[in-house]
Design a protein around this ligand. Structure first.
Ligand code: PHE
Length: 455
């Protein structure tokens, strides 16, 4: 369970949640995200854990075995394969962003933020992302860190580390929120995060051929739902792998609830730490992926002991990213070890090298390939990878899991694993097999424009 919590809590909570909330107008977006967490994320978390605990193998083999058990096509194991590919793609860019956190350990520790001048701090970030060589260096270092841990197959170490580093990260975030209350524009930050203003989120104006077009867009729905999957590590097998280690007597619903609650709390704390600083310093909430790297250092530069505190914060952020990265490669490594008879070292190295190479595309997305001529539909390669994985692959994977457990396998599968009181079980079944799949489906329809009402 701790390992799963370590997988869930990561850059998604502290880096991605604040920046996409800022880009998508705040309150109403957060509300949609929370609804997705409760109605889709939690039931699918339970579903993925229970599949894992029943199968007790790599996701590919688990799906093959469950398909055999319920006399359905072996093609269900393709779900496992899709997860392996999603994991590769996510890790390729995840490692680049984790590299930023790693670089900031040294920036903070070296006193680069002293004084907390927003312009100077913005320049530090611009210098970092503008340099392909520097980004490549930190991306490589993070990749090596990940490969080393996965290759050695540390499991006990992972849980022990999570059990004290996660509370530490939590305490640091609370201190940051304290700083935001005292020095930031806390009222405006809270208002931005928690007052739902439909128009601010779903009404957009765009310039098309020199003319302004305004209308409603449903795009933030997909972003919010995709993020619910991403932040909970759902839909690609990471949680399935950890579910396979969950003891028989542990409660799946209790574990899922704890993981979801912890993950959501960390994201909201990060938001409450960041937006008051954004508004107090006249920064843009929609600044994009650099948001936390341009705002939190202002606080570190101004607070007493900020050099040490800032370094510690980025160490813990790197660690949170690390435990998530480990879970991104587990499904693939488990498969190569089980089916191909490879050593863990060999399997991990292969995965690491592929992700490292693909990650170079993300490195370049922030500098040499950031120009319009390298974009597709206004998206850089990094944006595309993020969109394809978080908004499409993970929700699809989760949808397939829910359909498998809800409709394909015998109901006794979920009943035996969850061991809920019958009434609670029925509610769970309705939410998982009907509400969540329909929700995902409707959001997808919106995204392809079938249900959006522009102008
Ligand atoms: N949940 C992780 C985060 O929030 C990212 C992740 C996604 C990890 C999918 C594993 C699988 O940072």
């Amino acid at each position: 369970m701790l390992a799963a919590a370590g997988s869930a809590v990561g850059l998604g909570n502290i880096w991605k949640f604040p920046y996409i909330t800022g880009e998508n107008g705040g309150g109403a977006f957060v509300l949609v995200y929370l609804v997705c967490i409760a109605l889709i994320g939690l039931p699918i978390m339970m579903t993925e854990i229970l599949i894992g605990r029943r199968g007790r193998q790599s996701p590919i083999n688990t799906m093959a075995e469950l398909a055999r058990e319920y006399h359905v096509s072996r093609a269900w194991r393709l779900l496992g394969w899709a997860g392996v590919i999603a994991g590769f793609l996510i890790l390729s860019y995840y490692s680049v962003i984790a590299g930023w956190a790693l670089a900031y350990v040294f920036e903070a520790g070296g006193g680069a933020f002293a004084g907390g001048d927003p312009d100077a701090i913005g320049q530090i970030f611009a210098d970092l992302t503008g340099s392909p060589g520097t980004l490549l260096f930190w991306h490589s270092l993070f990749m090596v860190m990940t490969v080393v841990v996965v290759a050695r197959g540390v499991r006990n170490g992972l849980e022990r580390a999570v059990s004290f580093l996660m509370p530490a990260l939590f305490v640091l975030l609370v201190v940051m929120v304290g700083y935001a209350i005292i020095e930031g524009d806390f009222a405006r930050g809270l208002d931005f995060l928690f007052t739902p203003d439909i128009k601010k989120v779903f009404f957009r104006c765009e310039m098309v051929d020199g003319a302004e077009h305004c209308g409603y867009t449903m795009a933030p729905l997909l972003t919010a739902m995709g993020h619910a999957f991403f932040t909970l590590s759902l839909g690609m097998g990471a949680i399935m792998v950890y579910g396979s280690y969950l003891p028989r007597n542990a409660s799946i619903s209790g574990s899922a609830l704890m993981i979801v609650a912890a993950d959501t709390l960390v994201a909201l704390l990060a938001g409450m730490a960041i937006f008051p600083i954004v508004f107090a310093n006249g920064l843009e909430p929609g600044a994009g992926p650099g948001l936390i790297f341009q705002t939190l250092p202002i606080a570190f530069g101004q607070m007493p002991g900020g050099t040490l505190f800032g370094a510690l914060f980025f160490i813990l952020l790197t660690f949170a990213a690390w435990t998530s990265a480990i879970s991104l490669v587990e499904p693939a490594v488990a498969y190569f070890v089980e089916n191909q008879g490879w050593s863990r070292v060999r399997a991990t190295l292969l995965v690491g090298v592929i992700c490292w190479v693909v990650g170079i595309g993300t490195v370049l997305s922030f500098n040499l390939w950031s120009g319009e001529e390298f974009q597709i539909g206004g998206k850089t390669l990094f944006d595309l990878l993020d969109y394809l994985t978080a908004n499409i692959m993970l929700p699809l994977g989760g949808l397939v899991m829910a359909i498998f457990v809800g409709w394909i396998a015998d109901k006794s599968l979920a009943r035996d694993e969850l061991r809920l009181p019958e009434k609670t079980f029925r509610v769970w079944w309705v939410v998982t097999s009907i509400v969540a799949p329909i929700g995902v489906f409707i959001v997808f329809l919106n995204a392809v424009g079938l249900l959006s009402f522009v102008e």
